[in-house]
Design a protein around this ligand. Structure first.
Ligand code: NAD
Ligand code: MG
Length: 379
Protein backbone atom coordinates (compact mmCIF):
# COMPACT_ATOMS: atom_id res chain seq x y z
CA UNK A 1 0.00 0.00 0.00
CA UNK A 2 1.08 3.55 -0.77
CA UNK A 3 2.50 5.46 2.19
CA UNK A 4 3.61 8.75 0.75
CA UNK A 5 2.10 10.60 -2.21
CA UNK A 6 2.68 13.58 -4.43
CA UNK A 7 -0.55 15.02 -5.85
CA UNK A 8 -0.37 16.80 -9.22
CA UNK A 9 -3.47 18.93 -9.82
CA UNK A 10 -4.44 18.92 -6.13
CA UNK A 11 -7.00 21.74 -6.41
CA UNK A 12 -9.14 20.01 -9.04
CA UNK A 13 -12.03 17.62 -8.65
CA UNK A 14 -9.84 14.48 -8.48
CA UNK A 15 -7.09 16.26 -6.51
CA UNK A 16 -9.47 17.32 -3.73
CA UNK A 17 -10.98 13.83 -3.50
CA UNK A 18 -7.48 12.31 -3.40
CA UNK A 19 -6.73 14.47 -0.37
CA UNK A 20 -10.00 13.25 1.24
CA UNK A 21 -8.72 9.68 0.90
CA UNK A 22 -5.25 10.63 2.19
CA UNK A 23 -6.84 12.37 5.20
CA UNK A 24 -9.02 9.40 6.03
CA UNK A 25 -6.21 6.83 5.86
CA UNK A 26 -3.32 8.92 7.14
CA UNK A 27 -1.40 8.74 3.86
CA UNK A 28 1.43 11.27 4.01
CA UNK A 29 1.32 13.97 1.31
CA UNK A 30 4.83 15.24 0.60
CA UNK A 31 4.23 17.32 -2.54
CA UNK A 32 1.30 19.23 -4.06
CA UNK A 33 0.91 21.12 -7.33
CA UNK A 34 -1.74 23.10 -9.15
CA UNK A 35 -2.02 25.71 -11.82
CA UNK A 36 -4.01 28.39 -10.03
CA UNK A 37 -6.62 28.34 -7.15
CA UNK A 38 -4.03 29.69 -4.75
CA UNK A 39 -6.29 30.09 -1.71
CA UNK A 40 -7.30 26.44 -1.87
CA UNK A 41 -3.70 25.38 -2.46
CA UNK A 42 -2.64 27.37 0.60
CA UNK A 43 -5.31 25.70 2.75
CA UNK A 44 -4.23 22.28 1.47
CA UNK A 45 -0.57 23.08 2.17
CA UNK A 46 -1.36 24.20 5.74
CA UNK A 47 -3.37 21.05 6.42
CA UNK A 48 -1.11 18.41 4.83
CA UNK A 49 2.24 20.12 5.41
CA UNK A 50 3.99 18.87 2.25
CA UNK A 51 7.71 19.65 1.84
CA UNK A 52 7.16 21.27 -1.55
CA UNK A 53 4.34 22.92 -3.48
CA UNK A 54 4.61 23.49 -7.24
CA UNK A 55 2.57 26.24 -8.90
CA UNK A 56 2.51 26.36 -12.68
CA UNK A 57 1.43 30.00 -12.92
CA UNK A 58 4.43 32.18 -12.02
CA UNK A 59 2.39 35.05 -10.53
CA UNK A 60 0.27 32.70 -8.49
CA UNK A 61 3.51 31.05 -7.32
CA UNK A 62 4.88 34.38 -6.08
CA UNK A 63 1.67 35.03 -4.13
CA UNK A 64 1.72 31.59 -2.56
CA UNK A 65 5.36 31.97 -1.56
CA UNK A 66 4.45 35.11 0.41
CA UNK A 67 1.33 33.49 1.88
CA UNK A 68 3.32 30.48 3.13
CA UNK A 69 6.38 32.42 4.29
CA UNK A 70 5.60 31.57 7.95
CA UNK A 71 6.02 27.81 7.16
CA UNK A 72 8.92 25.57 6.05
CA UNK A 73 7.12 24.65 2.83
CA UNK A 74 9.14 25.31 -0.32
CA UNK A 75 7.11 26.88 -3.15
CA UNK A 76 8.45 26.31 -6.69
CA UNK A 77 6.86 28.20 -9.60
CA UNK A 78 6.55 27.29 -13.27
CA UNK A 79 6.98 23.93 -14.98
CA UNK A 80 9.99 23.20 -12.74
CA UNK A 81 7.62 23.13 -9.76
CA UNK A 82 5.32 20.57 -11.38
CA UNK A 83 8.26 18.34 -12.39
CA UNK A 84 9.88 18.68 -8.95
CA UNK A 85 6.63 17.41 -7.39
CA UNK A 86 6.40 14.56 -9.94
CA UNK A 87 9.90 13.42 -8.93
CA UNK A 88 9.87 14.32 -5.24
CA UNK A 89 12.17 11.87 -3.48
CA UNK A 90 9.97 11.08 -0.46
CA UNK A 91 6.86 10.15 -2.47
CA UNK A 92 6.44 6.50 -3.47
CA UNK A 93 3.36 7.22 -5.62
CA UNK A 94 2.43 10.15 -7.81
CA UNK A 95 -1.26 10.88 -8.31
CA UNK A 96 -1.60 12.60 -11.66
CA UNK A 97 -4.85 14.59 -11.57
CA UNK A 98 -3.79 17.30 -14.02
CA UNK A 99 -6.29 17.94 -16.82
CA UNK A 100 -5.25 17.63 -20.46
CA UNK A 101 -2.09 16.67 -22.29
CA UNK A 102 -0.20 18.99 -19.89
CA UNK A 103 -0.09 15.86 -17.72
CA UNK A 104 2.07 13.89 -20.17
CA UNK A 105 5.54 15.22 -19.31
CA UNK A 106 4.89 15.10 -15.55
CA UNK A 107 3.82 11.44 -16.00
CA UNK A 108 7.04 10.65 -17.84
CA UNK A 109 9.08 12.50 -15.18
CA UNK A 110 7.43 10.46 -12.43
CA UNK A 111 8.20 7.21 -14.24
CA UNK A 112 11.81 8.31 -14.77
CA UNK A 113 12.09 8.89 -11.00
CA UNK A 114 10.69 5.33 -10.43
CA UNK A 115 7.44 6.45 -8.81
CA UNK A 116 4.34 4.30 -8.95
CA UNK A 117 1.51 6.10 -10.69
CA UNK A 118 -2.15 6.56 -9.79
CA UNK A 119 -3.29 7.96 -13.11
CA UNK A 120 -6.45 10.03 -13.51
CA UNK A 121 -5.00 12.06 -16.39
CA UNK A 122 -6.31 9.95 -19.29
CA UNK A 123 -4.92 12.38 -21.87
CA UNK A 124 -1.44 11.08 -20.89
CA UNK A 125 -2.28 7.66 -22.36
CA UNK A 126 -4.33 8.98 -25.27
CA UNK A 127 -1.61 11.29 -26.54
CA UNK A 128 1.48 9.35 -25.48
CA UNK A 129 0.37 5.77 -24.74
CA UNK A 130 3.14 4.00 -26.68
CA UNK A 131 5.93 6.04 -25.07
CA UNK A 132 4.45 5.86 -21.56
CA UNK A 133 3.86 2.09 -21.67
CA UNK A 134 7.39 1.50 -23.00
CA UNK A 135 8.95 3.58 -20.25
CA UNK A 136 6.88 1.80 -17.60
CA UNK A 137 8.11 -1.56 -18.90
CA UNK A 138 11.71 -0.37 -18.86
CA UNK A 139 11.59 1.10 -15.37
CA UNK A 140 9.22 -1.48 -13.86
CA UNK A 141 6.90 0.79 -11.86
CA UNK A 142 3.19 0.08 -11.19
CA UNK A 143 0.41 1.95 -12.98
CA UNK A 144 -2.93 2.06 -11.16
CA UNK A 145 -5.92 3.45 -13.08
CA UNK A 146 -8.06 6.07 -11.34
CA UNK A 147 -10.63 6.64 -14.09
CA UNK A 148 -13.72 4.84 -12.73
CA UNK A 149 -14.26 2.60 -15.78
CA UNK A 150 -10.63 1.51 -15.90
CA UNK A 151 -10.48 1.00 -12.17
CA UNK A 152 -13.61 -1.16 -12.53
CA UNK A 153 -11.95 -3.28 -15.21
CA UNK A 154 -8.78 -3.53 -13.11
CA UNK A 155 -10.89 -4.64 -10.13
CA UNK A 156 -12.79 -7.21 -12.24
CA UNK A 157 -9.51 -8.64 -13.51
CA UNK A 158 -8.23 -9.47 -10.02
CA UNK A 159 -8.00 -13.22 -9.78
CA UNK A 160 -8.55 -13.86 -13.52
CA UNK A 161 -5.81 -15.91 -15.17
CA UNK A 162 -3.62 -14.12 -17.72
CA UNK A 163 -4.96 -14.27 -21.30
CA UNK A 164 -8.53 -14.96 -20.12
CA UNK A 165 -9.86 -11.54 -21.12
CA UNK A 166 -12.02 -11.58 -24.26
CA UNK A 167 -13.33 -8.05 -24.22
CA UNK A 168 -13.95 -5.05 -22.05
CA UNK A 169 -17.32 -3.37 -21.79
CA UNK A 170 -16.99 0.30 -20.94
CA UNK A 171 -20.16 1.79 -19.52
CA UNK A 172 -21.10 5.39 -20.33
CA UNK A 173 -23.69 7.59 -18.68
CA UNK A 174 -24.32 9.32 -22.02
CA UNK A 175 -23.61 12.74 -20.48
CA UNK A 176 -25.88 15.77 -20.38
CA UNK A 177 -27.43 15.26 -23.83
CA UNK A 178 -28.24 11.56 -24.07
CA UNK A 179 -31.15 10.91 -26.45
CA UNK A 180 -30.93 14.30 -28.18
CA UNK A 181 -30.83 14.64 -31.98
CA UNK A 182 -28.22 16.69 -33.86
CA UNK A 183 -30.89 19.31 -34.48
CA UNK A 184 -31.57 19.64 -30.78
CA UNK A 185 -27.85 19.96 -30.09
CA UNK A 186 -27.26 22.89 -32.45
CA UNK A 187 -27.95 25.64 -29.97
CA UNK A 188 -27.24 24.09 -26.58
CA UNK A 189 -25.46 26.37 -24.13
CA UNK A 190 -22.32 25.90 -22.06
CA UNK A 191 -24.50 25.90 -18.95
CA UNK A 192 -26.64 23.01 -20.30
CA UNK A 193 -23.55 21.03 -21.30
CA UNK A 194 -22.05 21.42 -17.82
CA UNK A 195 -25.05 19.69 -16.17
CA UNK A 196 -23.86 16.10 -15.82
CA UNK A 197 -26.57 13.72 -14.59
CA UNK A 198 -24.43 11.71 -12.12
CA UNK A 199 -20.92 13.04 -11.56
CA UNK A 200 -19.53 16.36 -10.38
CA UNK A 201 -16.24 16.86 -12.23
CA UNK A 202 -13.95 19.48 -13.77
CA UNK A 203 -15.35 21.49 -16.70
CA UNK A 204 -13.25 19.89 -19.44
CA UNK A 205 -14.26 16.31 -18.66
CA UNK A 206 -17.90 17.35 -18.19
CA UNK A 207 -17.97 18.78 -21.73
CA UNK A 208 -16.13 15.67 -22.96
CA UNK A 209 -18.92 13.59 -21.38
CA UNK A 210 -21.58 15.64 -23.16
CA UNK A 211 -19.90 15.13 -26.57
CA UNK A 212 -18.98 11.52 -25.66
CA UNK A 213 -15.37 12.41 -26.49
CA UNK A 214 -14.71 11.27 -22.92
CA UNK A 215 -15.79 7.74 -23.80
CA UNK A 216 -13.69 7.89 -26.95
CA UNK A 217 -10.65 8.93 -24.91
CA UNK A 218 -11.46 6.11 -22.49
CA UNK A 219 -11.56 3.54 -25.31
CA UNK A 220 -8.00 4.58 -26.20
CA UNK A 221 -7.00 4.63 -22.52
CA UNK A 222 -8.37 1.07 -22.10
CA UNK A 223 -6.49 -0.16 -25.16
CA UNK A 224 -3.18 0.81 -23.52
CA UNK A 225 -4.00 -0.26 -19.98
CA UNK A 226 -5.41 -3.68 -20.82
CA UNK A 227 -3.73 -4.39 -24.15
CA UNK A 228 -7.00 -4.72 -26.10
CA UNK A 229 -7.85 -3.62 -29.64
CA UNK A 230 -10.70 -1.36 -30.69
CA UNK A 231 -12.81 -4.34 -31.81
CA UNK A 232 -12.56 -5.86 -28.30
CA UNK A 233 -13.82 -2.74 -26.52
CA UNK A 234 -17.60 -2.35 -26.34
CA UNK A 235 -19.26 0.86 -25.21
CA UNK A 236 -22.61 0.50 -23.46
CA UNK A 237 -24.87 3.35 -22.40
CA UNK A 238 -25.88 2.89 -18.77
CA UNK A 239 -27.61 6.03 -17.55
CA UNK A 240 -27.46 5.26 -13.83
CA UNK A 241 -23.61 5.06 -13.54
CA UNK A 242 -23.88 2.18 -11.07
CA UNK A 243 -22.01 -0.45 -13.09
CA UNK A 244 -18.66 1.24 -13.65
CA UNK A 245 -17.59 -1.23 -16.36
CA UNK A 246 -17.41 -4.95 -17.08
CA UNK A 247 -15.17 -7.58 -18.55
CA UNK A 248 -16.12 -10.59 -20.63
CA UNK A 249 -13.86 -13.63 -20.29
CA UNK A 250 -13.08 -16.36 -22.82
CA UNK A 251 -15.95 -18.53 -21.52
CA UNK A 252 -18.37 -15.59 -21.98
CA UNK A 253 -18.73 -15.06 -18.24
CA UNK A 254 -19.21 -11.35 -17.59
CA UNK A 255 -17.87 -9.69 -14.43
CA UNK A 256 -18.99 -6.21 -13.42
CA UNK A 257 -17.93 -3.76 -10.72
CA UNK A 258 -20.73 -1.73 -9.10
CA UNK A 259 -20.87 1.10 -6.63
CA UNK A 260 -22.25 4.57 -6.00
CA UNK A 261 -20.90 7.28 -8.29
CA UNK A 262 -18.09 8.42 -6.00
CA UNK A 263 -14.55 8.81 -7.37
CA UNK A 264 -13.10 8.25 -3.92
CA UNK A 265 -13.63 4.48 -4.41
CA UNK A 266 -11.34 4.17 -7.48
CA UNK A 267 -8.89 6.76 -6.09
CA UNK A 268 -8.61 4.83 -2.84
CA UNK A 269 -8.18 1.49 -4.60
CA UNK A 270 -5.33 2.97 -6.65
CA UNK A 271 -3.66 4.10 -3.43
CA UNK A 272 -4.35 1.14 -1.16
CA UNK A 273 -4.18 -1.73 -3.67
CA UNK A 274 -4.56 -4.61 -2.95
CA UNK A 275 -6.16 -3.68 0.38
CA UNK A 276 -9.88 -2.91 0.77
CA UNK A 277 -10.21 -0.27 3.47
CA UNK A 278 -13.33 1.57 4.70
CA UNK A 279 -14.38 4.39 2.38
CA UNK A 280 -16.28 7.67 2.83
CA UNK A 281 -18.37 6.68 -0.23
CA UNK A 282 -22.01 5.74 0.43
CA UNK A 283 -23.17 2.13 0.37
CA UNK A 284 -24.98 1.02 -2.77
CA UNK A 285 -28.72 0.33 -2.31
CA UNK A 286 -29.84 -1.58 -5.38
CA UNK A 287 -33.39 -2.09 -4.10
CA UNK A 288 -33.80 1.67 -3.93
CA UNK A 289 -32.38 2.13 -7.44
CA UNK A 290 -34.72 -0.68 -8.55
CA UNK A 291 -33.68 -0.82 -12.21
CA UNK A 292 -30.56 -0.56 -14.30
CA UNK A 293 -30.87 0.34 -17.98
CA UNK A 294 -28.64 -0.28 -21.00
CA UNK A 295 -28.60 1.01 -24.56
CA UNK A 296 -26.34 1.23 -27.59
CA UNK A 297 -24.50 4.52 -28.10
CA UNK A 298 -25.61 6.81 -30.92
CA UNK A 299 -22.39 6.99 -32.97
CA UNK A 300 -23.96 9.30 -35.60
CA UNK A 301 -25.03 12.08 -33.25
CA UNK A 302 -22.06 11.79 -30.90
CA UNK A 303 -19.39 11.65 -33.59
CA UNK A 304 -16.45 12.18 -31.20
CA UNK A 305 -16.80 8.59 -30.02
CA UNK A 306 -16.44 7.16 -33.55
CA UNK A 307 -13.63 9.61 -34.33
CA UNK A 308 -11.62 8.39 -31.34
CA UNK A 309 -12.19 4.77 -32.36
CA UNK A 310 -10.98 5.61 -35.86
CA UNK A 311 -7.91 7.37 -34.39
CA UNK A 312 -7.16 4.31 -32.26
CA UNK A 313 -7.37 1.98 -35.27
CA UNK A 314 -5.05 4.22 -37.29
CA UNK A 315 -2.61 4.56 -34.38
CA UNK A 316 0.57 6.65 -34.58
CA UNK A 317 -0.14 10.30 -33.87
CA UNK A 318 -3.87 10.14 -34.73
CA UNK A 319 -4.97 9.86 -31.09
CA UNK A 320 -2.60 12.72 -30.15
CA UNK A 321 -4.17 14.92 -32.82
CA UNK A 322 -7.74 13.97 -31.86
CA UNK A 323 -6.96 14.86 -28.26
CA UNK A 324 -5.26 18.18 -29.07
CA UNK A 325 -8.05 19.27 -31.42
CA UNK A 326 -10.61 18.40 -28.75
CA UNK A 327 -8.72 20.31 -26.04
CA UNK A 328 -8.68 23.53 -28.05
CA UNK A 329 -12.27 23.00 -29.24
CA UNK A 330 -13.54 22.52 -25.67
CA UNK A 331 -11.74 25.69 -24.57
CA UNK A 332 -13.38 27.59 -27.45
CA UNK A 333 -16.80 26.15 -26.61
CA UNK A 334 -16.38 27.12 -22.94
CA UNK A 335 -15.40 30.61 -24.11
CA UNK A 336 -18.57 30.68 -26.26
CA UNK A 337 -16.53 31.10 -29.46
CA UNK A 338 -17.97 28.00 -31.14
CA UNK A 339 -21.12 25.91 -30.88
CA UNK A 340 -21.44 22.47 -29.31
CA UNK A 341 -21.51 20.53 -32.58
CA UNK A 342 -18.39 22.36 -33.80
CA UNK A 343 -16.31 20.40 -31.29
CA UNK A 344 -16.73 17.17 -33.26
CA UNK A 345 -16.31 19.02 -36.56
CA UNK A 346 -12.93 20.36 -35.42
CA UNK A 347 -11.75 16.93 -34.24
CA UNK A 348 -12.88 15.42 -37.56
CA UNK A 349 -11.12 18.09 -39.63
CA UNK A 350 -7.91 17.77 -37.62
CA UNK A 351 -7.87 13.99 -38.15
CA UNK A 352 -8.56 14.36 -41.87
CA UNK A 353 -5.49 16.59 -42.21
CA UNK A 354 -3.01 14.26 -40.52
CA UNK A 355 -0.15 13.55 -42.85
CA UNK A 356 2.14 11.17 -41.04
CA UNK A 357 2.74 7.49 -41.60
CA UNK A 358 5.76 6.61 -39.46
CA UNK A 359 5.13 3.40 -37.50
CA UNK A 360 7.33 4.09 -34.48
CA UNK A 361 6.61 7.49 -33.07
CA UNK A 362 8.88 9.39 -30.71
CA UNK A 363 8.04 11.78 -27.89
CA UNK A 364 9.11 14.63 -30.17
CA UNK A 365 6.61 13.50 -32.84
CA UNK A 366 3.87 13.58 -30.20
CA UNK A 367 4.79 16.98 -28.79
CA UNK A 368 5.11 18.40 -32.29
CA UNK A 369 1.74 17.00 -33.44
CA UNK A 370 0.08 18.33 -30.29
CA UNK A 371 1.57 21.80 -30.78
CA UNK A 372 0.79 22.02 -34.50
CA UNK A 373 -2.82 20.92 -34.00
CA UNK A 374 -3.32 23.52 -31.27
CA UNK A 375 -1.86 26.25 -33.45
CA UNK A 376 -3.95 25.27 -36.46
CA UNK A 377 -7.31 24.91 -34.74
CA UNK A 378 -7.15 27.03 -31.58
CA UNK A 379 -8.15 30.69 -31.37
P1 NAD B 1 -9.99 19.87 -12.83
O1 NAD B 1 -10.04 20.87 -13.92
O2 NAD B 1 -11.03 19.89 -11.77
O3 NAD B 1 -8.54 19.95 -12.10
C1 NAD B 1 -7.35 20.01 -12.80
C2 NAD B 1 -6.18 20.28 -11.86
O4 NAD B 1 -4.97 20.37 -12.64
C3 NAD B 1 -6.28 21.61 -11.10
O5 NAD B 1 -5.63 21.46 -9.84
C4 NAD B 1 -5.45 22.57 -11.97
O6 NAD B 1 -4.92 23.67 -11.26
C5 NAD B 1 -4.35 21.65 -12.45
N1 NAD B 1 -3.78 22.03 -13.75
C6 NAD B 1 -4.46 22.44 -14.85
N2 NAD B 1 -3.60 22.66 -15.87
C7 NAD B 1 -2.36 22.34 -15.40
C8 NAD B 1 -1.07 22.35 -15.97
N3 NAD B 1 -0.87 22.75 -17.23
N4 NAD B 1 -0.01 21.96 -15.20
C9 NAD B 1 -0.22 21.60 -13.91
N5 NAD B 1 -1.43 21.57 -13.31
C10 NAD B 1 -2.47 21.95 -14.05
O7 NAD B 1 -9.94 18.43 -13.54
P2 NAD B 1 -10.51 17.03 -13.00
O8 NAD B 1 -11.94 16.93 -13.34
O9 NAD B 1 -10.06 16.80 -11.60
O10 NAD B 1 -9.76 16.01 -13.98
C11 NAD B 1 -8.39 15.73 -13.86
C12 NAD B 1 -8.06 14.53 -14.77
O11 NAD B 1 -8.73 13.39 -14.27
C13 NAD B 1 -8.54 14.70 -16.21
O12 NAD B 1 -7.61 14.08 -17.08
C14 NAD B 1 -9.85 13.96 -16.24
O13 NAD B 1 -10.17 13.46 -17.52
C15 NAD B 1 -9.56 12.83 -15.27
N6 NAD B 1 -10.76 12.27 -14.61
C16 NAD B 1 -11.53 13.07 -13.84
C17 NAD B 1 -12.68 12.57 -13.22
C18 NAD B 1 -13.51 13.42 -12.30
O14 NAD B 1 -14.42 12.89 -11.66
N7 NAD B 1 -13.28 14.69 -12.20
C19 NAD B 1 -13.01 11.22 -13.41
C20 NAD B 1 -12.20 10.42 -14.21
C21 NAD B 1 -11.07 10.96 -14.81
MG1 MG C 1 -14.32 7.73 -16.66
Amino acid sequence: MTKNISVLGSTGSIGVQTLDVARMHGIKVSALTANTSIELLERQAREFKPDIVGVLDENAGKKLKIALSDTNIKVISGKTGVIAAAQYEKADTVVNAIVGVAGLLPTLSAIEAKKNLALANKETLVAGGSIVMNEIKKVGIKLYPVDSEHSAIFQCLQGCPENSLKKVILTASGGSFFGKSRDELKNVTVENALKHPNWSMGKKITIDSATMMNKGLEVIEASWLFDVEDKDIDVLIHRESIIHSMIQLNDNAVIAQLGTADMRIPIQYALTYPERLPSPAKELDLAEIAGLSFAKPDYETFKCLSLCREALRKGGIYPTVANAANEVAVQMFLGEKIGFLDIAEIVEKALSEVNFDKEDITLDDILQADKETRMKFGR
